[in-house]
Structure formats: structure tokens, C-alpha cells
Write a protein that binds this ligand. Structure first.
Ligand code: PEP
Ligand code: MN
Length: 290
């Protein structure tokens, strides 16, 4: 009989030893503390990733980089290459892919902030690696195994978002593909899971707060939370950010836009510059209290 690690969960001691030995903790104290662009991730401090959903223009990204950095962000997020649900792209998107990377690079040169941006196809790896300090592998590519391997081989730090339909077991399996290539700079990101029918009135996705302590129990990897994608609704971002910090997240990813209502993609989810500032003050107080 294989003993389960958690009540009612599908992870066994055998999985931990044989399916994801590299992602699993070796002992209670085992904890990976990464150092990326001079920032510790997985240590005692909370790492903040903030920025727009999409890199819409040079002005927008530079202005956002300055504002979020000034108010406590450690990394600028923003998609130049984006997984859009429907193929009917705005003209803005068609213009911004390669240019978006250039604008991100410029934002880094002007502010010194590190860059996390999504990679969707292996053929863009060299190009995106020139700009990104951290490669974001989005929810939709979490189980694209040859792609995970190709990204891992670059030895660039990787942010692996959880697929919204993936179990913790699936997610750690995907993480193992990256660690297996000798790439130890891996951060996990919870971004909301598919909503059961009982919760469809409230949410597009459901932030799985419990996965944070679950990861901490099984794995040494740092885990961050993305309440913007999980809630899809900016009025709830503040409380779910604070809840994620209380649950033990090592960092938070937030969508921040100077003019959320007019954001090119997903205008319901970003918070504005002032909301970000206020939230960072609350986060800092909460972190101290904890
Ligand atoms: C994003 O971070 O912009 C994104 C597309 O996220 P996800 O892959 O979690 O949907
Ligand atoms: Mn998005």
C-alpha cells in the first residue's frame, strides 16, 4: 500500500522519491534560495513582479517600470509574445512582439529593473533570452515537455506558471523536467485553477491558496502567487495578495497598468499605479506582522 502524503491527495511517498526527486525536499530545512539580479527569491523577503499584461508601447512600459520600481517591485513583468485566447489580434499586438522586447530592454536600461517575459515558442528562445532575466513559461505551456527542456537548457532562470487544470503532482512533474537539465533557478507560480461549477458565479479562475503550504511541505522550490490572473478582477487583487503573503508565498506577481480601463488585454484585472503603491504599503506591514 502506498501511503498518501496528504489527506485525500494523489501524491505518494513513492512519487516524491521516484517521480520528482529533484523538486522534492530532501529534509525539513531544505529550501532553495535563488539569487536573480541581486534579489533573493525563496528567502525571507517577498519578491514583487509587477507590470502590464502586454507591453503595449515604449512609453507605457517605461512609465510603468519607473512607477513600480519606485514603489517596491523587484522585477518588471510584461508580455511581448502573448498567448491570446482568440486569434483575432488587435493591431497593437501585431506591432508589438519584437518591438515589445526592445521596449522592455529599454525599460531595464533606464531603471535597472529585471525583466520577466513570456516565451511561447522555442524558435524565439535566443531573441527573448537577450532581454529576459527570467523566462516565463505560461499556464498553457506547462506540460509542453520538449519546450520545457529547451527553455531549461538555456540555464536562464524560469518562472513556471501552473496550468489551470493541473494537479500539484502534474506541476511538480513539469518542474522536474526543468531541474533535470541542471537548471536550478526555478520559481513556481500559482495563477488560479479552473473553477468548479459551484463557484462560477464568483470567479473565472480560483486562486489555490492551499497549494502554497502544500508546495512548502513537499518541495524546496520558491513559489509565488499571481492574484491578477487568478481573480481576473482588480477589486479582489488586494485581499488575495495579502492572503497569499499570509499563506507563505515567496513573491507576488501583479498586473499594474497606468490606465486599467484602457488596457489592450484583460482590462478588468490590472490595478493602477496608486493602488499598487497602497497595496505595497499593506504588504510590507503584513510581512512585518508575520
Ligand atoms: C500572463 O502572465 O500574462 C499570462 C498569460 O498568464 P497565464 O499563463 O497564467 O495565463
Ligand atoms: Mn495575462
Amino acid at each position: 500500500m502506498i501511503e498518501n502524503k496528504f489527506p485525500g491527495k494523489d501524491i505518494s511517498e513513492d512519487d516524491i522519491k521516484n517521480k520528482f526527486p529533484l523538486a522534492a525536499k530532501k529534509n525539513e530545512q531544505h529550501k532553495s534560495i535563488l539569487n536573480i539580479n541581486g534579489h533573493q527569491i525563496g528567502g525571507n523577503n517577498l519578491v514583487i513582479f509587477a507590470g502590464p499584461n502586454m507591453v503595449e508601447s515604449e512609453k507605457l512600459i517605461i512609465q510603468t517600470a519607473q512607477s513600480v520600481k519606485e514603489n517596491g517591485a523587484h522585477f518588471l513583468r510584461g508580455g511581448a509574445f502573448k498567448p491570446l485566447t482568440f486569434p483575432y489580434r488587435s493591431e497593437k499586438y501585431n506591432e508589438t512582439r519584437e518591438d515589445g522586447l526592445k521596449w522592455l530592454k529599454k525599460a531595464k536600461e533606464e531603471t535597472g529593473i529585471g525583466i520577466v517575459t513570456e516565451i511561447m515558442e522555442e524558435r524565439y528562445l535566443d531573441l527573448i533570452c537577450e532581454t529576459a532575466d527570467i523566462l516565463q513559461i505560461g499556464s498553457r505551456n506547462m506540460q509542453n515537455f520538449p519546450f520545457l527542456t529547451a527553455c531549461a537548457k538555456t540555464q536562464k532562470p524560469i518562472l513556471l506558471k501552473r496550468h489551470y487544470g493541473a494537479s500539484l503532482r502534474d506541476w511538480l512533474g513539469a518542474a522536474e523536467y526543468i531541474l533535470y537539465e541542471g537548471n536550478k533557478n526555478l520559481i513556481l507560480c500559482e495563477r488560479g485553477v479552473s473553477v468548479p461549477h459551484t463557484h462560477r458565479d464568483t470567479s473565472r479562475f480560483l486562486l489555490d491558496l492551499q497549494v502554497i503550504p502544500a508546495i512548502k511541505e513537499i518541495s524546496h522550490l520558491p513559489i509565488i502567487s499571481d492574484p491578477s490572473h487568478a481573480t481576473f478582477w482588480s477589486p479582489w487583487v488586494q485581499s488575495m495578495t495579502l492572503a497569499s503573503v499570509a499563506a507563505g508565498a515567496d513573491g507576488i506577481m501583479l498586473e499594474v497598468h497606468p490606465d486599467p480601463k484602457n488596457a489592450a488585454v484583460d482590462p478588468l484585472q490590472p490595478i493602477d499605479f496608486n493602488e499598487f503603491k497602497v497595496l505595497m504599503e499593506k504588504v510590507s506591514k503584513l510581512k512585518k506582522a508575520l
